[in-house]
Write a protein that binds this ligand. Sequence first.
Ligand code: AMP
Length: 396
Amino acid sequence: MNKASITDYKYLEGTRVLLREDFNVPINKNGIISDDKKILEALPTIKFLIEKGAKVIIVSHLGRPKGKVDPEFTLEPVVEKLKEVLDMPILFEKELFSEHMQKMLRTMKNGDVMVLENIRFFKEEEENDEAFAKKLADLADIYCNDAFGTAHRAHASIAAITKYIPSYCGLLMAKEVEVFSNLLENPPRPFVVALGGAKVSDKIKLISNLIDKVDCLLIGGAMAYTFLKAQGYNVGASKVDESKIEYAKLLLEKAENKNVKMCLPIDHLAAKEFSFLADYDVCSSEHFPEDGIGMDIGPKTIKLYSKIISQAKTCYWNGPMGVYEYKRFSKGTRAVAKAMAGNPNQMVVGGGDSAAAVRSFGLENQFYFVSTGGGASLAMLEGEELPGIVNLKDKE
Ligand code: AMP
């Protein structure tokens, strides 16, 4: 990518920078942030702007308030966290575009940071409304997008805004884009991609695009059952997307024609019911119990997938191998995470559930890269142009 970075802009002192962040973090009922990775990853750009004496105005969304003010989705806990990690006062503006806000903007000093309340309290945000984007752009001199996790959304503070204000990428955005561009352009081989998770529909386009680029695809999670059914296996009462079976057949054929190894689980943990304490059988794909629900990949698949990953020079992983939230069905996901963590090469975890799993296993620091964007990293690997990146200024 040849996009201008915020570090290329020479006149930051006293400049008002509208910084788009992705602070969409999980917050529990008591207002406690249970996973602060997105906030911590945003710090290098924020600190850089503070040090350069910019006036930093941060915009972010949180959850899905559906265009209405909803206290459940306030950014207040994020502001408290920023105060703590930056060890400085942070201004918080709840009334966007109000008199009060204009006054705060006028009195901001160099190096001050102001967070605006959840931008999705305005329905215009998700509508990518031009007039709204212009109003936002008018708050600052330049714009910086560091919200990789939201870069695949054509929303006003991501896409339309770039028409009205010089637009740069932040440090995190630059790093994320560099990693995924490298995966697509010239990955050291063998290049292995491990995909899991619940929905085949989310990843089918990715599989189709990657078949031309990878050496081996490892399929796990619920999506494996759609592929196994497409191959004629009985998968009991496992989660299957019937509408995607024909397409799954085509993908399996395409992989074979291109000589790409597409591995499906050879054994499973098949449970009697979908629950935390469910009893289960270990079974092969050939002997799947009639009423069994596939909850995790089995021990032989774990061994096979771990070996393939340990021999990879590049690996991208997105989507858990099983219902990892239930401890007894987390072994497959843990094994993939461990195999990657033990490999010193380019091991990249897509965001979302897989990144959360890696953190819950305490393995994050052993990875080459853990992305902050699940959907955005999938979109990049699908070969899409991301609205939050394509419109940023090109490097001069
Ligand atoms: P996704 O958002 O598509 O990446 O899916 C993540 C979800 O997939 C997690 O909540 C897992 O519990 C779920 N999942 C993984 N394997 C299975 C499975 N075999 N059956 C049902 N859900 C699964």
